[in-house]
Structures are given as structure tokens and as C-alpha cells.
Design a protein. Structure first.
Length: 510
């Protein structure tokens, strides 16, 4: 510990930036708006929309519309082809690939050098500095290694001038060498593209370093798979028997709520901490900055200028965004971002609620569209509808109504999507219906496809055929008949599925 004392002290220096974010958040927002319009003035996008180096906020919001990915994609496609100075100065080589778009299997988020420097790596450094400051009396974080599972990257869809992959893979490939000393396993293993090859190799590599593992940063879905493999390999009753020095899990991407009980079984001790981070392909936006609450501090000095659309305006079709200083506690907002990644007034699709404005802390509410993201799969309503249509066409079925919810991962068991469907005409082959549904979703959604690979995170969908009139009777029992009350299509929890199951006394699925 004495040898590492200077390193601990140095890592706490970035905590001063977090203190400024807590105490003077709007200073960072004013700085980054000026920085971004100055950068954008020389780009093709900026010239077309009239972005100038000295643009005021009022003029900026008048000239640049709030826009979803589909509107920005033609500009991003030019960047993928290697064209410089399109949305951001210079050429962009790295793109984070994720799902959730309505017009393509994947979306591609530019990751220029400024995005890595001022956002992703700065936020990660500040997060670790905050943790070291909060828990300086009993942490061993810098005396061991943190597991990062990673994804993979490959040549982009437009040619070798671009590399595309999971955000984790992009970050690992560009990580400063100093930080690689504190992570495990090796990059060679972490970036393997095939999970069925990666999992056993990662298991053996981590077991060889088991005494040095002190934490993990990643998505709960993949972490469950890794921990189950380690428990099977070692025969240990819980993860403390595998990693005795484990102290913290930095988690994000999906809600941790369904996984809490499972992780308490993995680590039956109060000394293991669980800290949420809000780190998306589009940016690293927030993390837990205090042990007093699970709410996350909005990072206002990390290369992102934020705006917010009140959900009541969003639902009414009014995309009228307000800056950070105008938000109110307890109100739901759709988040709009302008970033050092070249995203201009980008409607990211996430909704948040502020729990505090001194400092600005948030909770994630969900998405602006119906979706399921229990395992990082981000299945959108458009994709579910397309898959259902394909399954019906293949089997002669006709659907009256349906709802879908996740079956959550538990220790030593896998997750799935449960479809409760009321058919007008049932399929002539229910197994084929299920296979076409699953296959089409895999074609439409790369994240769902990755989770379904070898049944490792997601097993095939489960189909429950409901008796005729079930949804009508269920809505009627709740006093919700009428045009404004609809069956929820996709849900990220099991509330509606369990209510319907209980109402109809269902027990079996296909």
C-alpha cells in the first residue's frame, strides 16, 4: 500500500473535476457549447446548417433541429466511407456499433479522438477517482485487476477505412497502455469475436489471476454467464470462493434491478459494492458519485452539451428542448445531446428524471419507444412487429393482440423473451412460428443476435397461446376499455405478463 500511495494520490486529482461538476455544473455546459460550435463551424454539417464559431445558444437551437439517428445517418454514412470534416473535424476511423434503429440492423456512432479523450476516458478516469476518494480507507482497487469482458471489432460496412464494433471493443482497442496494467484478461482474449471461444479462454485466464481480481466493469447479462462458468469450473458455492478480494461491480447498459438478488447470491457479503454507470455508445453521461444514493451525477464537463424535452411535450409531438438550467426535479425528459463525437442535437432515445438539481442527479426511466432491453438486446417495437409479421406469413397465422416481456436471468439459468399471443387464427406449426420469429429478430437486430448466439444469454422465445378474448377481458377487469387504453406491446419488466398469467391461470408455454 505504501508503494502505491503516490498512485492513489494521483488518481484522486481528477476528483476535483467531479467536485466542480457537483458545485458548478453550468460552467462546464457553457464551455462545451462554445467548444462544440467552434469545432462544428468548419464541418460540412455545420456549413449547411449555419453553425458559426460564435453562435449563441438561442441561434444554435434555431438553426439545428432536434434529430434522431435516421436523420443523421446520411452524414454518418459519408464518415464511414472515409470522408473528412463531415460531422466533426478530421477523419473518423472508429465507430461504435449498436442496435435500436428503425431503418437498419445496426447503427454506427462515430468515435473520434476527442470523444475518447474528453468523454469516454475522462469520465472513466473520474469515476475511478471518485470511487477511490469515497472508499479510500478500505479499497484495494489499484492493487489488483478489474475484469472487462469486451466485445469485438471489424472492418466497417463501407470498407477498411473504418473499424466498427461494440463500444467496449472500441474502448479496449484505444485504451492508454497505463490502464491496461489494471485490467484482465488479456486484450487478445477480451476481443475474441466468438463468445463460445471467449468464455472458456477467459475462464481459464481469470482463474490463473484469481487472487488479483478486485472488481468488474460491464453488463450484468454477460457477467452472469461468466460467473456461472467460473462456478461450474471451480465448484465454488459463490464468487467469493473464486475471487476472494472482489470489492466492486461497475454496471450499466441494462437495469440492474432484476439482477440484484442473483448478485447477492454470488457475493453474500455487504463489502461488495454495486455502482451504476450510464455509458452508452453515444457517450459516458453519468455515474454514482456518492454512497448516499443510487442516483447518478450528470457529467457536465465531459464533452457533452445536454438538452431535455419534457415527456408531455414529446408525447404531444413537440420536440421543444430546454437547456440543463431549466429542468425540474421529478419531471420525465427525453434526452438530447450535442457531443464531441459529432452528434448534433441528437435524440438519443433515453428518458431520464432528475432527482436533484443541486447537484444534477438523474435516474434512467427507459426509452422513448417501446422496447425490451433486459439483456442489452434493445429490441424495438418496429423489430418485434416485423418479426411477428414474418412468423404469421410463414405459418398462416393471424394475431389479434400480444405482449412481450423478459424472463430474467438467474444463477445457472438463462433468460428469454416470453410472448403472450392471442391468435385470430393459430399457426399451422407453432414450432415453425417460433423459429421464424426468432430468426427474423436475429436478422433485424445485431444485439439480439449476439445474445442468442449458442443460447448463452438468451434462449429461444417462449410462446404462450392465449384463449380468445383474453386481452379484452383483462383490460375490462382493470376498467381500461376504450381507445386510449391499449395492450402494452413490449415491456422491460414482467408486471403485465404476470397479471395476465394470473388472470387466466396460465402455466404452460411453447
Amino acid at each position: 500500500m505504501k508503494l502505491l500511495a503516490p498512485l492513489y494520490a494521483a488518481m484522486r486529482i481528477p476528483y476535483q473535476r467531479i467536485r466542480r461538476v457537483q458545485m458548478h455544473p453550468l460552467e462546464g455546459q457553457r464551455y462545451w457549447l462554445k467548444y462544440l460550435v467552434r469545432k462544428g463551424a468548419g464541418t460540412a454539417f455545420g456549413k449547411k446548417l449555419g453553425i458559426t464559431a460564435n453562435l449563441t445558444y438561442e441561434t444554435f437551437r434555431q438553426r439545428v433541429p432536434v434529430q434522431p439517428y435516421e436523420v443523421l445517418y446520411p452524414w454518418i454514412e459519408r464518415m464511414l466511407r472515409g470522408e473528412p470534416d463531415v460531422l466533426y473535424p478530421g477523419s473518423v476511423r472508429w465507430f461504435a456499433k449498436s442496435s435500436g434503429t428503425t431503418n437498419d440492423r445496426s447503427k454506427y456512432i462515430p468515435i473520434p479522438a476527442d470523444s475518447l479523450r474528453y468523454n469516454h476516458f475522462r469520465a472513466a478516469r473520474d469515476m475511478f477517482a471518485t470511487y477511490l476518494t469515497l472508499y479510500r480507507e478500505d479499497t484495494q482497487l489499484l492493487e489488483g485487476k478489474i475484469i472487462s469482458i469486451g466485445g469485438s471489432h471489424a472492418i466497417g460496412p463501407m470498407g477498411p477505412q473504418a473499424r466498427c464494433g461494440d463500444l467496449s471493443a472500441v474502448l479496449l482497442a484505444n485504451m492508454p497502455s497505463f490502464y491496461r496494467f489494471f485490467r484482465a484478461p488479456s486484450l487478445e482474449i477480451a476481443l475474441l469475436p466468438k463468445w463460445e471461444e471467449k468464455l472458456p479462454r477467459m475462464t481459464e485466464a481469470l482463474l490463473a489471476q484469481r487472487e488479483s481480481i478486485v472488481g468488474l466493469a460491464g453488463v450484468p447479462t454477460w457477467t452472469v454467464l461468466l460467473f456461472d462458468a467460473l462456478l461450474r469450473r471451480t465448484g465454488a458455492t459463490n464468487m467469493l470462493g473464486v475471487f476472494p478480494r472482489f470489492e466492486v461491480f461497475f454496471h450499466g447498459a441494462v437495469s440492474f434491478t432484476p439482477y440484484e438478488a442473483t448478485f447477492r447470491q454470488y457475493f453474500p457479503t455487504p463489502r461488495v459494492r454495486y455502482l451504476e454507470i450510464y455509458n452508452a455508445s453515444e457517450g459516458f453521461f453519468a455515474f454514482q458519485d456518492t454512497s448516499a444514493t443510487k442516483d447518478m451525477l450528470l457529467l457536465t464537463d465531459h464533452g457533452v452539451f445536454y438538452e431535455f424535452i419534457p415527456l408531455e411535450h414529446w408525447e404531444a409531438g413537440r420536440w421543444e428542448a430546454v437547456p440543463l438550467e431549466e429542468v425540474r426535479v421529478g419531471v420525465g425528459y427525453a434526452m438530447v445531446i450535442t457531443t464531441v463525437g459529432g452528434l448534433w442535437r441528437y435524440l438519443i432515445g433515453d428518458t431520464v428524471r432528475f432527482t436533484s438539481i443541486n447537484p444534477y442527479r438523474i435516474r434512467i426511466l427507459g426509452r422513448t419507444r417501446h422496447y425490451i432491453n433486459a439483456f442489452g438486446e434493445e429490441v424495438m417495437i418496429e423489430q418485434a412487429e416485423a418479426a411477428l409479421k414474418a412468423a404469421c406469413e410463414a405459418t398462416g397465422a393471424r394475431v389479434r393482440d400480444y405482449t412481450v416481456a423478459p424472463i430474467y436471468l438467474h444463477a445457472r439459468s438463462r433468460g428469454a423473451h416470453e410472448w403472450l399471443i392471442e391468435f385470430i387464427r393459430p399457426p399451422d406449426d407453432i414450432e415453425r412460428f417460433k423459429d421464424v420469429l426468432d430468426h427474423t429478430l436475429r436478422q433485424l437486430n445485431s444485439d439480439y443476435d449476439a445474445k442468442r448466439e449458442a443460447d448463452l444469454a438468451l434462449t429461444p422465445p417462449q410462446i404462450v397461446m392465449l384463449p380468445e378474448g383474453t386481452f379484452y377481458r383483462w383490460l375490462k377487469s382493470k376498467g381500461k376499455l376504450g381507445g386510449q387504453n391499449k395492450v402494452p406491446r413490449l415491456s422491460n419488466d414482467r408486471q403485465y405478463v404476470e397479471e395476465i398469467r394470473a388472470y387466466t391461470a396460465l402455466s404452460d408455454s411453447v
